[in-house]
Design a protein around this ligand. Sequence first.
Ligand code: PLP
Length: 382
Amino acid sequence: MSESMINVFQPFVGQEERQIIGEVLETNWLGKGRFVNEFKTEFAKHLNIEPRRLASTTCGTEAIFLAADLFEFNSNDEIIVPSISFVAVGSSIIAKQAQLVLCDVDRRTLNVTAACLEQKVTKKTKAVILTHYGGVPCEMDPILDLCKTHQIKVIEDSACAMKALYKGRACGTLGDMGIWSFEAGKIITTGDGGMVYLKSDHLVKDAEEYLYLGLGSNEKGGIDRSTAGNDNWWEIQIERPGRRAIMNNLAGAIGLAQLKKIDRFIARRKEIDQRYRHELAGLPWLRLSPPPEKHCEPSYQFFWIQLNKRDELARFLRNNKVYSTFRYWPIHKIRYFGQKETGLSNAEFASQHTLNLPLHPALSDDDVTRVIDLVKAFGSKV
Ligand SMILES: *Cc1c(COP(=O)(O)O)cnc(C)c1O
């Protein structure tokens, strides 16, 4: 067999990205500036929100750590997190000496539910960081109701849920803060990059300051300070400590080119999802990820299956040049976090039975056929 490896996640870039990078190089302003600002404006259009609600950054992880700063997580706080979350979600809480409180997820969707959260709410609960697993929206209305009742902040990790809709509204804009990632495996990429959504002007301003040296952005969304009408532009003052975690024009430009294609990317992902769904249906040893609810439009970041011999299938696929994986290894199984697995039976089940199959717009129809045939061939052996 001379077939090439099929990746589980992969970016899709081409001539448009090459061209716009050339344009950035010609401007000779590679740092944060016009291209980042345009990217933010266009991204906001896709989410049907105002651009001033957004701040760009270097990656999704930075955006998650930013949440802990903005909402001032501290040692008096409990933060509830579904155990099936990205590792940095746990780290961002531990880094503030806040209490990491894990909750369970739905066994099939791997999403958190209001019922899972409710079991863990106490007077000390300050925030919930939820993940729209694989781009399928969590059932948000009951979650938002619960959190409103108990005055809990809702942070949506929407890294997988770009342009996913819950009752017509974009994931990441439903709670108090949303975060997105433009890492190379996501729906669109900027190489590396991230974005946050915040509900007020003052939080966006605070965010911009944390992300740029305490200084924040200029009125054009860039960092150039020589044109702000200040004759002594080298004299600075800050109101808070700040890192340097800003998106640059090269990343912003790639993002602009990618955004032009995002709807096609998602449509192609949906097509592949449907093929898996139809052609792997009815196998008694295999369970497919649940189809989306009528009031939800996913972004199709992941397609996943559940089976008893998950590990064997993953190795069989790898031996046949198809990568698959399981996201996200539960936080309760990462020893560093020192968490008990009591009451996390669905997360535990999911971590032992779930496999993410290749899903990205660069897959050809033949690639998808190959994956399907291999899964069926594995089934005929078990
Ligand atoms: C990719 C991802 C992140 C992290 O984003 P980076 O840009 O890689 O830091 C966080 N959460 C989820 C759910 C992700 O898929």
